[in-house]
Design a binder for this molecule. Structure first.
Ligand code: FPP
Length: 260
């Protein structure tokens, strides 16, 4: 079944120009982060097993990368597997690992063709060696691409990321390479997986839940949040544009006052 989905190569539909009519292309969020939730519930509604929803979710990701790239988003961060997802039944964990692995093989040519640059966030060492290799290869093959950055969070947790940053910085202090008084926002950010990426401007969560689930906790400090009831496998390019439209109506004050 998994193989089918990747060999059939469901084509990314062309985006009708009119669909972007309501979008101000000069005010597109630079960085969009997505919590792709609802795969299991979507599958259940179809009378299928949960893993069917994850496969369908991988197809949704293809179409959303494309629309994000077309409208000019610079970075798309997606939550594929959290540090807490290991608690799921082993069959589901294995299925998601296989899906990620297939994705990194089956989609790489097309992602490369679209000039997509791949990045990853998370504790790579705990992942199967085969996936680690594919991640390294995807980074290498796309390293000179200049289009959208697709930043995939695998075995990622926001708290874990902050703990790692604190440990790195504490080690530098212990080694006498840094003084506590020099620790600032930049130092913390340079020790996060997302180093050198701008923070998300917009956080999308599909599937109806209203929580951030340990995703990019530091980085979303001033992100605008948009949620929808739609489960991730049913999420469309039009839904993505709706999120952008909503974002463009927000008044981003960063704790200050607006200019009006
Ligand atoms: C949340 O749905 C989704 C996940 C934990 C896995 C996300 C994985 C994909 C979308 C696969 C595609 C990604 C890549 C990079 C190939 P859920 O299982 O929590 O759904 P539920 O809330 O309905 O139970």
């Amino acid at each position: 079944m998994l193989k089918d989905i990747f060999t059939k190569r469901i084509k990314i539909k062309d985006i009708p120009l009119a669909a972007t009519d309501n979008i101000d292309l000069n005010n597109v969020p630079q960085h969009v982060a997505i919590i792709m939730d609802g795969n299991g519930r979507w599958a259940k509604e179809q009378g299928k097993i949960r893993t069917f929803g994850h496969s369908a979710g991988a197809q949704t990701l293809r179409s959303i990368v494309k629309i994000a790239e077309v409208v000019g988003v610079k970075v798309l961060s997606v939550y594929a597997f959290s540090t807490e997802n290991w608690k799921r039944p082993i069959t589901e964990v294995n299925f998601i690992m296989n899906l990620l692995s297939e994705y990194l093989t089956g989609e790489l040519d097309e992602l490369n063709e679209y000039n997509v640059k791949m990045r990853f966030m998370g504790d790579k060492d705990a992942l199967p060696k085969a996936i680690q290799k594919k991640m390294d290869y995807a980074i290498k093959i796309t390293e000179n691409n200049t289009g959208i950055i697709l930043n995939v969070a695998i075995n990622y947790g926001g708290q874990d990321e902050i703990i790692r940053a604190v440990k790195n910085i504490a080690t530098l202090v212990q080694q006498g390479k840094m003084e506590p008084k020099d620790i600032n926002k930049d130092v913390i950010e340079n020790n996060l997986y997302s180093r050198q990426l701008p923070p998300p401007d917009l956080l999308i969560r599909t599937g109806g839940d209203l929580r951030v689930s340990n995703f990019m906790l530091w980085q979303i400090a001033y992100a605008e949040i948009w949620t929808c009831q739609t489960y991730w496998p049913a999420f469309t390019q039009e839904n993505f544009l709706e999120a952008l439209e909503s974002y463009q109506k927000r008044d981003r004050r960063y704790g200050g006052l607006n200019k009006k």
